[in-house]
Write a protein that binds this ligand. Structure first.
Ligand SMILES: NC(=O)c1ccc[n+]([C@@H]2O[C@H](COP(=O)([O-])OP(=O)(O)OC[C@H]3O[C@@H](n4cnc5c(N)ncnc54)[C@H](OP(=O)(O)O)[C@@H]3O)[C@@H](O)[C@H]2O)c1
Length: 175
């Protein structure tokens, strides 16, 4: 079975984690709140498992990734929604990948996608993709994306296998 890692998957990406499980992945999900996490993992307990760790602690993060990798194998796919105060988290995850992995990095509206990409050292055999979250305009009013729209956008990015995928409208699109 293929193995996916969804960082921040117990929040707005829960729908994307469930979709990955439904299409045949074992999905390991990073978050800190055990109750919030179990509300998700109990929906498909054989396919979803929790990695309860604070991703701002890169030593603990690296350690926490070992067990799911030993049980379910190397990660074939990573979806990463990581707050900007955790600058070492994605480099730490990239460092444990064995190659052939697709990484979908979810970016907030204010991120400059080129700067983010240029700030990362992507291992040669890792395929790095970005999914940038924007906004919607409904009846002339601007609003943020719903969780469903965000999860659907991530699913579309994975299905489309694009290097850059915008969800909704983005100001000053940099790619
Ligand atoms: N452009 C847009 O439309 C846009 C863009 C971004 C955000 N938003 C909205 O803003 C809201 C708030 O964003 P949010 O980031 O709080 O989204 P969220 O996805 O609801 O929550 C963040 C996720 O990351 C995990 N997480 C956070 N910090 C962590 C840490 N240090 N270590 C490990 N896991 C961690 C959380 O789990 P734990 O809490 O259990 O750690 C949770 O799974 C979202 O609900 C979304 O609707 C909208």
């Amino acid at each position: 079975m293929k193995h996916a890692l969804v960082i921040g998957g117990s929040g707005m990406l829960a729908g994307a984690a469930l979709w990955l499980a439904e299409i045949g992945y074992h999905v390991s999900i990073i978050g800190r709140d055990a109750k919030k996490m179990s509300r998700l993992t109990k929906r498909l307990p054989d396919r979803l498992s929790a990695i309860l760790v604070d991703y701002r602690d890169d030593l603990r993060l690296k350690e926490a990734l070992r067990r799911p990798m030993a049980i379910h194998g190397d990660f074939d796919l990573v979806v990463a929604w990581i707050h900007s105060d955790a600058t070492d988290a994605l480099p730490c995850v990239l460092s444990v990948l064995r190659g052939g992995t697709d990484v979908f990095h979810v970016l907030g509206s204010r991120s400059n996608s080129s700067d983010v990409r240029n700030g990362l050292t992507i291992p040669e055999d890792v395929r790095y993709h970005q999914v940038q979250l924007g906004y919607q305009v409904v009846k002339g009013q601007r609003r943020w994306l719903t969780h469903e729209e965000i999860a659907r956008g991530v699913v579309e990015a994975i299905q489309g296998n694009k290097t850059y995928h915008a969800v909704g409208m983005i100001e000053n699109e940099s790619v």
